[in-house]
Design a protein around this ligand. Structure first.
Ligand SMILES: [Zn+2]
Length: 286
């Protein structure tokens, strides 16, 4: 496979280089990734984006990719008819045919917007639709023997920061599947519940930790062999990049790395860098 972990220092495990936000400057971004020895997984969010992600991964040594239908962004217009679901997921499977496809997702549950838009029975119905598509992704991951890249977003950012996670845990418990909770910004309590119920899942920390200390306790408590870092580019710029850049990019994962080192009081950064690489390899390359 044209991917060499030995040439890489940092892996941003979740970015969206295929988004049109990058159409004009993708080549510079890829160049900066090389200069900073950063690799990334370009995350698919529907058929088109998954295909584009595949294309970028095949053309660039330090890019891998995923396939999925995002639980919120692209589910609204989705035709839930059985035949359509079958066709959609067999098309995704087709796009997965490359060594560089290393995960299925981002998939999962996103209650943030639907809880504002719907209530009562309609809200329950919307959640059921998300759960149905989530299960199709889990089945696909098992079929392809790939880990899941989970997008779990609760109803609230401060109040109910747990609901979607608790539902996801209940669903995942029924399968022997592995994966990662992308953009993990829930509570320490939820993290502990995941560790207890889902031994084959890891957590990935976004740049949010660079501008709030709200998650520090949780970040400190993640077992060393279950932690990853990410940018979720083009979203969520790290604090120190706000003056120089308008959008996030995989190279900025270095700032997330530095901040996580600070929070966890890591003295030997090189050692921690290697731990992160090992965690990445264990989850996504095996
Ligand atoms: Zn994402």
């Amino acid at each position: 496979m044209n991917f060499n972990l030995e040439k890489v220092e940092y892996v941003d495990i979740h970015s969206h280089l295929s988004f049109k936000d990058y159409r004009e400057n993708l080549s510079q971004i890829l160049k900066r990734m090389k200069e900073n020895k950063v690799a990334t997984i370009c995350i698919g969010t529907d058929l088109e984006e998954s295909l584009e992600a595949k294309k970028i991964a095949e053309e660039n040594e330090n890019v891998l990719y995923s396939i999925a239908l995002h639980p919120h962004d692209n589910l609204k217009e989705f035709d839930f008819a059985f035949e359509n679901q079958k066709k959609y997921f067999s098309d995704l499977k087709e796009i997965s045919k490359s060594e560089k496809c290393v995960t299925v997702g981002e998939c999962g549950l996103d209650y943030f917007y639907i809880s504002k838009e719907f209530e009562g029975g309609e809200l329950v119905f919307q959640k059921e639709r998300q759960k149905e598509i989530f299960k199709r992704h889990i089945e696909l991951a098992l079929d392809l023997d790939l880990p899941l890249m989970l997008h779990i977003r609760p109803s609230e950012t401060d109040g109910n920061r747990e609901d979607a996670y608790l539902d996801a845990i209940e669903i995942l418990k029924e399968y022997r599947v592995r994966g990662n909770f992308h953009f993990f910004t829930s509570t320490k309590k939820v993290m502990e519940k995941i560790l207890k119920n889902l031994p084959d899942f890891s957590f990935s920390i976004p740049a949010v930790c660079t501008f709030t200390d709200e998650y520090d306790e949780m970040i400190k408590a993640i077992p060393l062999d279950k932690i990853h870092i990410e940018t979720d580019s083009p979203f969520v710029l790290p604090k120190n990049k706000r003056k120089e850049a308008k959008q996030n990019e995989p190279s900025f994962v270095v700032e997330v790395f530095e901040k996580v080192c600070e929070i966890r009081k890591i003295e030997d950064k090189n050692k921690f860098k290697n731990v992160l690489k090992e965690n990445f390899e264990k989850m996504f390359l095996k």
